[in-house]
Design a protein around this ligand. Structure first.
Ligand SMILES: *Cc1c(COP(=O)(O)O)cnc(C)c1O
Length: 519
C-alpha cells in the first residue's frame, strides 16, 4: 500500500497503474462516507493517464473525476479566441440558468412538457414572421420545427423537396429514380451529406477565381425534369456573401419553371433581417419554399439548435410528419432524431424575447461595425479583402495575401503564428475551381469586442513582420514543423477517426484539400 510521503517501489507504481487495483490500496478511502483521504493531485489518479479504452472497474471520487477531466480539457482552445466558428460562445447568466434548469427535460416528451413544446411553436412563429411568411390563419402555427442545427434542418428540407418531387412525378406516371439538387460548390458540407445520405445527385455551379457565390443563370440552366430544388445561401461559409436568391427566383418565374428554392440562411437568417432589411431573400419571393437558420450561430444560443420553416404545408409532404399526442392535441414531429434536450429551445426563446428586434439589431450592427474596422485594418496591412463590408454580407472578414507583394510565406504560416498567440484563425483553400486560392477568415461574433479586435490586429501585424524577416530556410523549417504538428494531432496519439477512413476523397472538401474545417 502506498502512503502519502512514502517513496513507492517500482512494483507498487506498476500496481498503481493497474486499473483493477482497488482505491483503498492506494491510500484513498472510498468507504461509505464517500471521503477520500488525499488531495486531488496527491491521489493515484494524478500520477497516471486517464482511462482511454476500457471502462475502469472501479469508481473514482467525484472531485477527482471533475478535476482530471477539467484539466484534460484545458488543452482545447479558448472558445472566445476561436475566430473560426460562427457558433455562439456567450450567453447571459439568466439564459444559462434557464438552460441548466431544463437539462433534465427530454424535449420530445410533449405530454410531460407541453410548455416546452409550446415554446418551440412560439419560436417557429416568430422566426417564420421574421422571414416574412405569407399571412396565414392566425390560429394555425407556421410549419416548422427546431432541430439540432442547420444540418438536420437542411436534411429535412432536402427530404421534403425530394418527396414532393416524387409525388408529383408519380402522379404523372414518370420515373422517380434520379432526383438531383442544384447548389454552389461552396456549400457547407451538410449539403453534400444530405445529398449522399438521401440519394439525391449533386449538381454544382462552380466558383471561379473571382466569383464565390452561385451564378443564378447557370443554376437555372442546370435544371431538368429531375431537379427537386435549388439551394441558395444567405451568407456562404467562405466569404459570408449573400447569394442572389431574388435573381434565381425571378428567372424561375420568367421561365415558368416549377422548381422550388430552399434558402440556407444558417448564418444570415439572424443578420440580414436586422442589418440589411431591404434585401429581398426570404418568403417574399414566391419560389422560396423553405428556409433554415442555425439558432446557435447569430441566433445567439449555445449549440445545438437549428430551425427550419416551410412556406406552406403543401411543401412539407404528409409522409414526413408523425403526430404525437399531447394534452389532447396533436403536435407534429418531423425530426431525424427522437430524444433531445429542451434547453436549447428554451435558450432561443429567452434570446428572442429578451433582446427583441431592437436588441438583435444593436448587436448585429455592432458586429458589422467591428467587421468593417477589421477589414479596413487588414487592407491597410496589404491584404486583399474577399468579403463584403457595410452589412452587405455576414459580419466576417475573409482576406488573403496580395500576390503582387511577393511574400515567401502563405496564409497557413500566418494562421500558424496567430495560433501560437492563442487565436484560432483558419486558413483554407477556396472552394473548387477557384484555382487553389488560399484565404483566411475571421468570424466576428457577439463576444468579439472592439478591444479584442485591436489585439488581433496587432498580432496579425506582428505575425506578418516576423514572417517577412524569415529567410527561405527558416520558412521551410517552419512548414515542416506545422506539418508534423498537424500529423501528430491530439495528445497521446489520439487519432481523430479510425484510420480506415483517413483517405476520404469523395467529398468536395476531401477532394480539394480544404485544410481547415470551416463551419
Ligand atoms: C453552419 C452552416 C451550416 C451547418 O449548420 P449547423 O448548424 O452547424 O448544422 C449549413 N450551411 C451554412 C451556410 C452554414 O454556415
Amino acid at each position: 500500500m502506498v502512503h502519502l510521503g512514502q517513496v513507492a517501489t517500482d512494483k507498487e507504481i506498476e500496481d498503481k497503474s493497474n486499473v483493477n487495483v482497488g482505491v483503498q490500496e492506494l491510500g484513498i478511502d472510498d468507504s461509505a462516507s464517500g471521503q477520500f483521504s488525499t488531495s486531488v493531485y496527491g491521489s493515484r489518479y494524478a500520477a497516471f493517464d486517464l482511462p482511454r479504452h476500457e471502462m475502469p472497474e472501479d469508481e473514482m471520487p467525484k472531485e477527482i473525476a471533475y478535476r482530471m477531466i477539467k484539466d484534460d480539457l484545458t488543452l482545447d482552445g479558448t472558445p472566445t479566441l476561436n475566430l473560426a466558428s460562427f457558433v455562439t460562445t456567450y450567453m447571459e447568466e439568466e439564459a444559462e440558468k434557464l438552460m441548466v434548469e431544463a437539462f433534465n427535460k427530454n424535449f420530445i416528451d410533449y405530454e410531460e412538457y407541453p410548455q416546452s413544446a409550446d415554446i418551440q411553436n412560439r419560436c417557429v412563429s416568430m422566426i417564420a414572421r421574421l422571414f416574412n411568411i405569407p399571412a396565414h390563419d392566425a390560429n394555425t402555427n407556421a410549419m416548422g420545427t427546431s432541430t439540432i442545427g442547420s444540418s438536420e434542418a437542411i436534411m429535412l428540407a432536402m427530404l421534403a423537396m425530394k418527396k414532393r418531387w416524387q409525388n408529383k412525378r408519380k402522379a404523372e406516371g414518370k420515373d422517380i429514380s434520379k432526383p438531383n439538387i442544384i447548389m454552389n460548390s461552396a456549400v457547407q458540407v451538410c449539403w453534400e451529406k444530405a445529398a449522399r445520405y438521401f440519394e439525391v445527385e449533386e449538381r454544382y455551379v462552380y466558383c471561379t477565381k473571382d466569383r464565390f457565390v452561385i451564378d443564378p443563370e447557370e443554376a437555372v440552366n442546370l435544371i431538368d425534369e429531375n431537379t427537386v430544388g435549388i439551394c441558395s445561401i444567405l451568407g456562404t461559409t467562405y466569404t459570408g456573401q449573400y447569394e442572389d436568391t431574388k435573381a434565381i427566383n425571378d428567372l424561375l418565374v420568367a421561365k415558368k419553371i416549377d422548381v422550388p428554392i430552399h434558402v440556407d440562411a444558417a448564418s444570415g437568417g439572424f443578420v440580414a433581417p436586422f442589418v440589411c432589411p431591404q434585401l429581398v431573400w426570404d418568403f417574399r419571393l414566391e419560389k422560396v419554399v423553405s428556409i433554415n437558420v442555425s439558432g446557435h450561430k447569430y441566433g445567439l444560443v449555445y449549440p445545438g439548435v437549428g430551425w427550419v420553416v416551410w412556406r406552406d404545408p403543401e411543401f412539407l409532404p404528409k409522409e414526413l410528419i408523425f403526430n404525437i399526442n399531447y394534452l389532447g392535441a396533436d403536435q407534429a414531429s418531423f425530426t431525424l432524431n427522437f430524444s433531445r434536450g429542451a434547453s436549447q429551445v428554451i435558450g432561443q426563446y429567452y434570446q428572442l424575447i429578451r433582446l427583441g428586434k431592437k436588441g438583435y439589431r444593436s448587436i448585429m450592427l455592432n458586429l458589422t461595425r467591428t467587421a468593417d474596422y477589421l477589414a479596413a485594418s487588414v487592407q491597410k496591412m496589404g491584404f486583399l479583402l474577399l468579403s463584403e463590408t457595410r452589412g452587405r454580407g455576414l459580419p466576417l472578414v475573409a482576406f488573403r495575401l496580395n500576390p503582387a507583394l511577393g511574400h515567401k510565406f502563405d496564409e497557413f504560416a500566418v494562421a500558424h503564428h496567430l495560433r501560437e498567440r492563442g487565436w484560432v484563425v483558419p486558413a483554407y483553400t477556396m472552394a473548387p475551381h477557384s484555382e487553389g486560392m488560399k484565404m483566411m477568415r475571421v468570424v466576428v461574433r457577439e463576444d468579439f469586442s472592439r478591444s479584442r479586435c485591436d489585439a488581433l490586429i496587432s498580432d496579425i501585424q506582428m505575425a506578418v513582420d516576423e514572417l517577412s524577416k524569415m529567410d527561405e530556410k527558416k520558412l521551410e523549417l517552419q512548414k515542416e514543423h506545422m506539418k508534423q504538428r498537424a500529423r501528430r494531432g491530439g495528445k497521446g496519439g489520439g487519432k481523430g477517426t479510425n484510420s480506415h477512413y483517413a483517405d476520404e476523397s469523395h467529398s468536395l472538401k476531401g477532394k480539394h484539400k480544404k485544410t481547415h474545417a470551416v463551419c
